[in-house]
Design a protein. Structure first.
Length: 352
């Protein structure tokens, strides 16, 4: 039985930052994640993708963000159960919880924080007859290493942020980038749409809209795609090395959906007016896995939710204590291993 103060389900950015915030309160954390490494989607799906909305980082690669968060947690020595999925939860007589994984590993904690991101997920695939034939032979649904596409002819299909961002990113890597979308309007950020248009005008991106990929061509590996523009009869055949279908992910909560939590549109409802607690006292949901009025699925919002969750968890674990928040710029950071990062000393001198 693994015992801890806060059991965090999900080792993505939000879960990792919760370790730091809990550590400032001298609360120990243990994390469970079905993936074999920490970092969630940032590590598994797009480690080389740049992120632009993390405070203090004009640009940071997703993998580097995870590495920095892991470094930030070191002083607080979190435990990890990786490559295992949280399967069942049992409430104990004292109000604490026992969470068991699909491999039988048991974890006991007074507080459970679900930070599972989108949960388990599958890529949304286009309806193409011979799609599976070319999977891993020219067809992909996510980009882990953009260097795979260096000096290659790449077609990207999709109209959201991922399709736009990767088209922009690969414009300087691939020999040719073609973005195909079934509408003239895109669902992504306006800034990204403008960048794609500028790259199109500069001849660095081929933009084909409104249109769809209607066929894949090749023997053992993909050599071309068939494109049909809306309202036209003719089919365009375009030679390619790679076709990347970026239509998003189909999220599933998995076993967590059976834990008696209040669910709305595949997300866990929480009380955002207070502490991001669910309908079950002692169980919180933070990050992309939760929902509430005005919810934004941003990493920085998950960091905020993790901070308030930890404050509430401290009060539940130690109801008799009154915690006074201390700024790290004043008190520094003291780890469980005895290490301490000192805050700068301020010397006040009297003026004669």
């Amino acid at each position: 039985m693994i015992k801890t103060d806060i059991l965090i389900i999900g080792a993505g950015p939000t879960g990792l930052f919760a370790v730091f915030e809990a550590g400032l309160l001298q609360l120990k954390c243990h994390l469970i994640d079905a993936l074999p490494q920490a970092g969630g989607q940032c590590s598994e799906i797009y480690p080389k993708k740049p992120i632009y909305d993390i405070p203090g980082f004009p640009e940071v690669l997703a993998g580097d963000l995870v590495a920095n968060l892991m470094e930030q947690t070191k002083a607080f020595q979190p435990g990890f159960t990786l490559g295992e999925r949280a399967e069942t939860i049992e409430k104990q007589e004292d109000g604490s919880f026992v969470v068991t994984t699909n491999k039988g590993t048991k974890h006991h904690a007074p507080i459970v924080a679900i930070a599972g991101g989108l949960g388990s997920f599958e890529p949304r695939k286009p309806l193409l007859q011979n799609l599976t034939k070319f999977e891993d032979n020219g067809v992909a649904y996510m980009i882990k290493d953009p260097e795979v596409y260096r000096n290659k002819k790449v077609v990207i299909a999709g109209g959201g942020d991922s399709a736009l961002d990767w088209s922009i990113f690969l414009a300087d890597i691939a020999s040719e980038v073609t973005l195909v979308h079934r509408r003239n309007e895109f669902r992504g950020a306006l800034d990204s749409v403008e960048k794609v248009q500028l790259l199109k005008n500069a001849g660095k991106i081929n933009l084909v809209t409104p249109a769809e990929i209607v066929g894949l061509i090749g023997e053992d590996t993909l050599t071309a795609v068939a494109i049909k523009k809306t309202g036209e009869e003719d089919i365009i055949t375009l030679e390619v090395d790679n076709f990347i279908a970026l239509f998003g992910l189909s999220p599933k909560l998995g076993p967590i959906a059976n834990w008696g939590l209040e669910i709305e549109k595949n997300a866990i409802k929480v009380n955002n007016a207070l502490d991001y607690q669910t309908n079950i006292p002692g169980i919180y949901a933070i990050g992309d896995v939760n929902t509430y009025p005005g919810k934004l699925k941003l990493i920085l919002c998950g960091f905020h939710e993790a901070t308030l969750m930890c404050q509430s968890a401290y009060q539940k674990i130690y109801p008799e204590k009154r915690y006074v928040m201390k700024y790290t710029t004043v008190g520094g950071v003291t780890g469980f291993d005895g290490t301490k990062k000192e805050a700068p000393k301020v010397v006040v001198k009297a003026i004669d």
